[in-house]
Design a protein around this ligand. Structure first.
Ligand SMILES: Cc1cc2nc3c(=O)[nH]c(=O)nc-3n(C[C@H](O)[C@H](O)[C@H](O)COP(=O)(O)OP(=O)(O)OC[C@H]3O[C@@H](n4cnc5c(N)ncnc54)[C@H](O)[C@@H]3O)c2cc1C
Length: 298
C-alpha cells in the first residue's frame, strides 16, 4: 500500500510527471508519483528536444545524459522534391545547445527515471487514479492497484495524466478545442536516404507534407499527414509516401520499419492550468500538432 497522505500527488509518469518528481525530490518536497502502466511505454513518440528544453532541464541534472544519448542536428530544410526552398541553421542560436537533439521519447523517459532513482525517488507503477475530489484543506484521490483500492490525501494533485486527464475532469476544467481533420503516420525506419544524416527535411507536396529526420541509432523518423492513415503503417506505406512526396534524386529506399503508429490530432487547451488544489501540466493542459516537435517540449 502507498502512504495515505502526501504533499503532492503526481498522477502520470510520462515526461512531465517524471520531470516534476525530479524537481520536487531535489527541493525536498514530499510527493508520490503514480502511473497506471506496469512499465514505461517504451515507444519512441516525441523524438525532438529543443535548445530551450535542454536549458530548462539543466537544474534537474539530466541535460548531459540526454545529449550523450541523442543526435545533434544543425540543419533544417523545407523542400519541394529536389529543390530546397528554405534552409535554416541552428548554429547561431543564442544557446549553449545550438542544435535540435533527436532522441526517442522512451530514452528521454529512461534518463528522467534514472535521475529520479539516483535521487532516491520512484514511480509507483500499476496504480490508477480513479476519482479525485477537493476541499479547502486539500484533495483526496482514490487509487486502484493489484493490492486493492485506497484513498490518498494530498495538499496538491498535479495532472501529468495526458490528454484524457482524469484530474482535469475532476477539477471541472474545460478542454477547449477540436479534433484535427485527417491523421498522421509516424514511423521509425531503417532506410537508404540520399540527403544524409545531418538535416531535418520537411517536404511540401500536393498530397500533404512528409518529414524525414535522422535518429541516433542509425534509423530515421518519418512523419506524414494523410487523410486516412493505415493503422499500422508498414514498409510499403512509408515507401509510397517517400516516393510520392520526397526527393527523386539518389536512392531513397525504406528497408525496415522499426516502430510505426497512426495518430489523430486534437488542438485543445485547458481553460485554466489550476483549479484550487488541482494543477495541470503537459498533455493534460494542451495538445496540438507534432509539426515543429513542440508537444513534449511544451
Ligand atoms: C503516437 C504518438 C506520437 C507522438 N509523436 C510526437 C512527436 O513526434 N513530437 C511531439 O512533440 N510529441 C509527440 N507526441 C506527444 C508526446 O508524446 C506528448 O506530448 C508527451 O508524451 C506528453 O507528456 P505527458 O507527461 O504530459 O503525458 P503522457 O506522456 O501522455 O503521460 C501520461 C501518463 O499518465 C498515465 N496515466 C493516465 N491516466 C492515469 C490515471 N488515471 N492514473 C494513473 N496514471 C495515469 C499514463 O499511463 C501515462 O504514462 C506523440 C504522442 C503519441 C501518442
Amino acid at each position: 500500500m502507498l502512504p495515505n497522505r502526501t504533499e503532492v500527488l503526481i498522477v502520470g509518469a510520462g515526461p512531465t510527471g517524471l520531470a516534476l518528481a525530479v524537481s520536487l525530490r531535489q527541493a525536498g518536497v514530499d510527493h508520490l508519483l503514480i502511473d497506471r502502466l506496469p512499465q514505461g511505454q517504451n515507444t519512441s513518440r516525441a523524438a525532438v528536444i529543443h535548445a530551450h528544453t535542454l536549458e530548462t532541464l539543466e537544474p534537474l541534472g539530466v541535460t548531459e545524459a540526454l545529449i550523450a544519448r541523442g543526435l545533434k542536428l544543425r540543419r533544417f530544410a523545407i523542400r519541394d522534391r529536389d529543390h530546397a526552398r528554405l534552409q535554416l541553421r541552428f548554429d547561431n542560436l543564442p544557446s549553449s545547445y545550438p542544435y535540435i537533439l533527436m532522441l526517442p521519447q522512451d530514452e528521454t523517459e529512461r534518463v528522467l527515471g534514472a535521475r529520479l532513482a539516483a535521487l532516491g525517488g520512484e514511480v509507483h507503477r500499476g496504480v490508477t487514479a480513479t476519482a479525485a475530489t477537493q476541499g479547502p484543506a486539500g484533495a483526496r484521490v482514490t487509487v486502484a492497484s493489484a493490492e486493492g483500492e485506497q484513498e490518498i490525501e494530498a495538499r496538491y494533485v498535479v495532472a501529468g495524466d495526458g490528454m484524457r486527464s482524469l484530474v482535469r475532469e475532476a477539477a471541472g476544467i474545460g478542454f477547449d478545442g477540436e479534433p484535427h481533420e485527417g491523421s498522421f503516420v509516424l514511423a521509425d525506419v531503417r532506410m537508404r536516404w540520399a540527403l544524409g544524416r545531418d538535416e531535418v527535411s520537411l517536404f511540401f507536396s500536393p498530397g500533404g507534407m512528409v518529414v524525414v529526420a535522422p535518429l541516433p541509432n542509425g534509423s530515421f523518423r518519418v512523419v506524414a499527414a494523410m487523410e486516412d492513415a493505415p493503422e499500422l503503417p508498414g514498409p510499403a506505406d512509408i515507401q509510397a509516401l517517400v516516393d510520392a512526396r520526397g526527393p527523386t534524386a539518389g536512392e531513397n529506399r525504406v528497408e525496415e520499419v522499426l516502430w510505426s503508429s497512426r495518430f489523430r490530432l486534437h488542438h485543445r487547451i485547458a481553460r485554466s492550468y489550476r483549479a484550487g488544489r488541482f494543477l495541470l501540466m503537459g498533455d493534460a493542459a494542451h495538445v496540438h500538432s507534432p509539426a515543429g516537435g513542440q508537444g513534449m517540449n511544451t
